[in-house]
Design a binder for this molecule. Structure first.
Ligand SMILES: NC(=O)c1ccc[n+]([C@@H]2O[C@H](COP(=O)([O-])OP(=O)(O)OC[C@H]3O[C@@H](n4cnc5c(N)ncnc54)[C@H](O)[C@@H]3O)[C@@H](O)[C@H]2O)c1
Length: 149
């Protein structure tokens, strides 16, 4: 199985990359290397034949499409984000650009790529958007969130 992981040089994305490579999957780490990235996070797998790095901005539709075309993934795990929430107070546009526009660019690239896949691969293809618990809303005094919340 070949995965594209966006934001794979970040805190959580790099753990996903290390784990997936360790499990023997082919992993393409697509990351723009912003202030929150560190390739040190994936240094332990950088020499693995199953690992590839693509320095790209998820808002760049042509670059994202080229990565899909080059690597022909079975799934994408999307973790690239402006994640340091307090920075949104001083610079909200960067958050809208990456988290909203970038996600839309990725979704559209994935949709176009997915449309051209043969039926079996199309059914199996997954777009996994890793976000944050706040998207579920307020939990209340007890209980737990689920994917259906
Ligand atoms: N860290 C946490 O405790 C936590 C908790 C809940 C949810 N999350 C969510 O998980 C996801 C990943 O969080 P994280 O802590 O790993 O973030 P992070 O800030 O450590 O890493 C983000 C990565 O995305 C990359 N990136 C940013 N903008 C990009 C762009 N335009 N194009 C390509 N790459 C870009 C950065 O270079 C960086 O490597 C985010 O959606 C975040 O909101 C994180």
């Amino acid at each position: 199985m070949k995965l594209i992981v966006t934001g794979g040089a970040g805190f959580i994305g790099s753990a996903v990359v290390r784990r997936a490579v360790g499990e023997g999957r082919q992993v393409v780490n697509l990351d723009a290397l912003t202030y929150s990235a560190s390739l040190e996070n994936v240094a332990s797998v950088a020499g693995d034949p199953g690992y590839a790095f693509e320095h790209a901005d998820i808002c760049d539709a042509a670059a994202v499409a080229a990565v899909f075309e080059r690597h022909q993934p079975d799934a994408i795990m999307h973790l690239a984000a402006e994640s340091h929430n307090d920075r949104a107070i001083d610079g909200p546009i960067d958050f809208v650009r990456t988290n909203v526009l970038g996600t839309a660019v990725l979704l559209e690239a994935a949709r176009l790529y997915w449309s051209a896949l043969p039926p079996g691969r199309r059914e199996a293809f997954r777009f996994h958007h890793v976000s944050t618990d706040e998207v579920f809303g307020a939990l209340g005094e007890s209980g737990a969130f689920s994917e259906a919340t």
